[in-house]
Design a protein. Structure first.
Length: 398
């Protein structure tokens, strides 16, 4: 069957990880894949997760299927994260939430659902965006278009380009937005800019689809949902894809959710009916464990408080590494201004490293960076920051 078929190209990011794993250099550093690392260079299991798993093991009495949309407690707790416990959206019952296999699964389910009712729509993605966004929505059958977002000169949001692009999007098209911690740039919209974008969406009639993969990694759980709140206040229909890989460390449990916000509770019920029929023919029922862990943590006050503390520790470590990188490069008189790295948010940064420098770092120092210079700050530690700064200085000052 496969003799006359060429092998598919490796994923640009996961393929980098494969190369890293096979690299024998003991000083190798992976700044590519989007996975949190602690100061020891490990992807830890949070203590609150361990405690929740112990509770689940003690209480578990069946391995029967979850409902198509997942455990109802999970959906309720996800909505509290998105809208706040006293949020109007929850009080009015105008949101429908389904447990999905990871944030990627939520994006794809949303794409398949939207394709049923908007078959001729385009999906607009930011320039740049997470590489897999393109594959997910192309495979769902959509034509893609780009809206302006990042200014490489200022290393900040090009908001004039954002506004000009989004005002040209036709009604019924879909606009994919990063709710916080933009991947790959690390630059986010301000509160005032979110308000403007939400107003444009409401006026133009395009469908917002917010990818919320990093809630809590920017400024905090409540602070990071401002974009969600801005669209909720307009009363328009919109979609939210949540991921709990990063903020709960549940990478291999593939734990996410798709939430559809509608103008009324009646509309939300109709949305849920079609969401269930979409899920049924893809994976039928969600995997249980990760969702039950999240629901247990969020519904248990002491575990919820512990999670917020552990999440803050991860966020603060990443911020500390941003500062250490900028100060380390400045101390070595590396050419260029890297100060914007400090003001960016989340795990990622457009570092300003050229593709030539990226290739040199990999070939000569076993430092792995995604093409375009996107770096994962969580891959830096006190043990390797000096090595990385020395390597960048050698590459750029020689």
């Amino acid at each position: 069957m496969w003799q006359n078929i060429e092998a598919a190209p490796a994923d640009s990011i996961l393929g980098l990880t494969d190369a890293f794993r096979s690299d024998p250099n003991p000083q190798k550093v992976n700044l590519g894949v989007g996975v949190y690392k602690d100061e020891a260079g490990r992807t830890p299991i949070l203590n609150c997760v361990k405690a929740a798993e112990k509770l689940l093991l003690e209480r578990e009495s069946t391995k029967s299927y979850l409902p198509i949309s997942g455990d109802p407690l999970y959906a309720a707790e996800v909505q509290k994260l998105l809208f706040g416990e006293a949020g109007e959206v929850i009080a009015s019952g105008r949101a429908a939430t389904a447990h999905a296999p990871g944030g990627t699964g939520a994006l794809r389910v949303g794409g398949d659902l939207l394709k049923k009712f908007y078959p001729n729509a385009k999906v607009w993605i930011s320039k740049p965006t997470w590489a897999n966004h393109k594959g997910v929505f192309k495979t769902a059958g959509f034509e893609l278009a780009e809206y302006g977002y990042y200014n490489p000169t200022t290393r900040a949001v090009d908001f004039e380009a954002v506004v000009a692009s989004l005002e040209s999007v036709p009604a019924g098209d879909i606009v994919l937005l990063h709710a916080c911690c933009h991947n790959p740039s690390g630059v986010d919209l301000s509160r005032d800019q979110w308000q403007k974008v939400a107003a444009i969406g409401a006026a133009k009639g395009w469908i917002p689809f917010l990818d919320f993969a990093y809630q809590g990694f920017g400024e905090g759980v409540a602070e990071d949902r401002f974009g969600i709140e801005a669209f909720a206040a307009t009363g328009v229909d919109f979609f939210i894809a949540s991921s709990f890989s990063k903020n709960f460390g549940l990478y291999n449990e593939r734990t996410g959710a798709l939430t559809i916000v509608s103008p009324t509770a009646k509309d939300a019920a109709v949305a849920m009916s079609h969401l269930k029929t979409t899920i049924r023919v893809i994976y039928s029922n969600p995997p249980a464990h990760g969702g039950l862990v999240v629901a247990t943590i969020l519904s248990t006050p002491e575990l919820h408080a512990q999670w917020l503390e552990e999440l803050a520790a991860m966020r603060d470590r990443i911020k500390a590494m941003r500062v250490a990188l900028v100060e380390g490069l400045a101390a070595r008189n590396v050419k260029g201004d890297f100060s914007s790295i400090i003001t960016q948010r989340g795990m990622f940064s457009f570092s300003g490293l050229s593709d030539e420098v990226v290739q040199w770092l990999r070939a000569n120092k076993s430092i792995y960076v995604v093409g375009g210079g996107r770096i994962n700050l969580a891959g830096l530690t006190q043990a390797n920051i000096g090595y990385v700064c020395d390597a960048i200085a050698e590459a750029m000052n020689s």
